[in-house]
Write a protein that binds this ligand. Structure first.
Ligand SMILES: [Ca+2]
Length: 412
């Protein structure tokens, strides 16, 4: 501003000098000052206008800032609301899932109760039939006795009948052989072999029965141990590749050779594989012309399928000695000793593996096991073609072996 003023004064001085060189000095000066005054007045007006403009702009900036702050506050509020809603939704979802699970549980319990009541009802019906039969026999005896008494000339007669005549004994009545026995037909199955054993408590009744362990699946025939209540799940012939570790039969819900339900050498896979809940398993192995050697252990599951089909390893703690008691003269390596469901190396797909059994190795860990004892067994690098039994090589403790057996899996 001060530079401008200096420049301006200089400019005025020069003009004054120039004018004073050409005559009529006073007139010219007055005229010049007048025009300067006008210029100054115009500049003042412009300055005021600019100042007003600046003030207006400042005001706008201030308003915009306030608007922005308000919007940000609203955003924050909305975000909070959204988070709260999300948390509420999550809680609701968790609670609903729990309710569904509880309801499922209750439904299962009810179904079991209904099944058990149906069983009781059928048993009662059978009793009623037997009682009716007995009643008929008693009535007949009574009639005969009355007739005999009359014949002997005594005073008593049966006119009108001291005992009612037997009207409905002969036609349409069930004989005692026809009475309903649970487990004897598909229309009146027992729920599992446990109930069969509760009724007979004797191995002389071992054999085929109809059972229906799950309300969702139809009844099926199964071999029952009528003394201890074991239900058969499968039989594996170690010489066959039907139940190799890699077989789909371990993951699917298909039966195999349904008719082979006896405790014999023929392979089978029954619906009990995916329908029978259990708390104990019973495993058996039989060498050619030998007898079955059994081991049992506790393990609870909704079915054997639920423990094996997904391929996940699930450990057991049966112990090497017990496993070996299934098979005399077994041979295994000394290390690894991984046992359970889907026992296998986690590094080497081709190494020894067992759907249910024990695998062992010669060099420390479980990276490359070369021996197994169990069911659903396989070792791809060696191809011993042994799906149930004992295979061992590479420095095992009882020499190289490849013993194929008939394997039995039962549960209760
Ligand atoms: Ca090895």
């Amino acid at each position: 501003m001060s530079h401008c003023r200096h420049f301006y004064l200089l400019f005025v001085a020069l003009l004054v000098g120039a004018v004073s060189q050409h005559g009529t000095k006073a007139d010219s000066e007055a005229c010049f000052v007048e025009s300067l005054r006008k210029m100054v007045a115009e500049l003042n007006v412009t300055t005021q206008e600019k100042k007003a403009e600046v003030a207006g702009l400042k005001n706008e900036v201030k308003n915009e800032r306030e608007k922005r702050i308000k919007l940000e506050e609203e955003n924050a509020k909305l975000r909070n609301k959204l988070q709260t809603n999300n948390v509420r939704l999550n809680d609701t979802s968790i609670s609903l899932t729990q309710q569904v699970q509880d309801a499922k549980c209750q439904l299962q319990t009810r179904n079991r109760q209904i099944r058990s009541l149906q069983n009781v009802s059928l048993q009662l019906q059978a009793h009623v039939t037997q009682l009716q039969q007995s009643n008929c026999v008693l009535n007949r005896t009574a009639e005969s006795l009355t007739e005999a008494v009359a014949y002997l000339g005594r005073n008593e007669t049966h006119e009108g009948g001291a005992f009612p005549p037997c009207s409905n004994c002969t036609e349409g009545m069930m004989t005692s052989n026809d009475s309903v026995v649970l487990g004897n037909s598909s229309s009146s199955p027992e729920s599992t072999c446990k109930e069969i054993a509760l009724r007979y408590n004797s191995s002389s009744h071992n054999g085929k029965y109809w059972i229906k362990p799950s309300s969702d699946d139809p009844p099926f025939q199964v071999y029952c141990d009528a003394n201890e209540g074991w239900s058969l799940i499968m039989k594996i012939d170690g010489k066959q590749q039907t139940f190799d570790y890699d077989s789909d039969l371990w993951s699917n819900k298909n039966t195999f050779q349904l008719n082979n339900t006896d405790l014999d050498d023929k392979e089978t896979k029954l619906a009990s594989y995916w329908t029978l809940p259990f708390t104990e398993l019973r495993l058996g192995m039989k060498k050619v012309n030998g007898t079955i050697r059994w081991i049992t252990f506790s393990y609870s599951a909704s079915s054997l399928h639920s423990l094996i089909a997904d391929g996940q390893y699930r450990s057991t703690s049966i112990g090497k000695t017990t496993w070996r008691s299934l098979l005399p003269n077994s041979s295994l390596q000394t290390d690894c000793n991984r046992e359970g469901f889907n026992a296998r190396s986690f590094n080497l797909e081709n190494a020894a593996k067992a759907r249910l059994g024990l695998i062992a190795n010669n060099d420390g860990g479980c990276a490359s096991p070369d021996s197994f004892l169990g069911f659903g067994t396989q070792i791809r690098t060696k191809s011993p073609n042994n799906s149930a039994g004992n295979y061992a090589c590479c420095s095992p403790d009882n020499g190289d072996v490849n013993i194929k057996t008939i394997g039995y899996i039962m549960a209760r």
